[in-house]
Design a binder for this molecule. Sequence first.
Ligand code: IPE
Ligand code: IPE
Ligand code: MG
Length: 238
Amino acid sequence: MDSQVPRHIGIIMDGNGRWARRQGRPVSFGHRAGVRAIKRVLQACEDHGVHALSIYAFSTENWARPRAEVRALMRLFHETMQREIDEMHQRGVRIVVSGRREELSQRMRERIEEAMARTASNKNGVLNVCLNYGGRAEIVDAARRLIRDGVAPAEVDEASLSQRMYQPDLPDPDLIIRTAGEHRVSNFLLWQGAYAEMLVSETLWPDFGEDDLKAALADYASRVRRFGGRPSAEVVAS
Ligand code: IPE
Ligand code: IPE
Ligand code: MG
């Protein structure tokens, strides 16, 4: 396996609102264009050997947006999942959804469960849709599971917590991309992203495409990951 290619990329898809505003269109127009960008980038990940893609679709804080926007977003997620599931399944993509599903509507939960069950044994790649997702909420939920499982304090360690995160089978993200130029994490993959390489792209999410992904992959390939250690090339005799 080429270690220069990230196995798992996380994307904070930002800039839909700005993209729409620039064209004098409603924000929902930007969110629709954002869905088309997801399709392009998922295909590009497949073409470039990236196994897993986590996309930040809706944060636990996004409920604070205007009611009409939240409603339009939920409708869009539901409709997209329904429309795209066949193609995803044919392409062998496993779909997983991370977040507090119990706070979503009944019909959204049914869609999600159906998509996850149908694609559960697919092996060509993983699309992790982070929906009503918060990194803090995920850690809280993992702590609740530890307590529910009766884990003794001495047994609480990074491994026992990691096992109780939403997607314990996914490797940690190697690269986290944020679009639209903002330099912040906004509660995305706080636990798993501890040593992720960060990349901020100025491109607004609806304009993001294969060329942007290729540029991100090239940038990633030039990074030296240290994980707190010292790369062997730097070790000098003392
Ligand atoms: C990201 O685009 C999509 C979601 C948060 C669902 P925004 O809607 O945040 O776009 P800006 O930041 O207003 O441009
Ligand atoms: C982060 O974007 C959440 C998603 C991409 C779903 P936001 O637009 O909500 O983040 P802030 O508010 O700019 O930090
Ligand atoms: Mg934003």
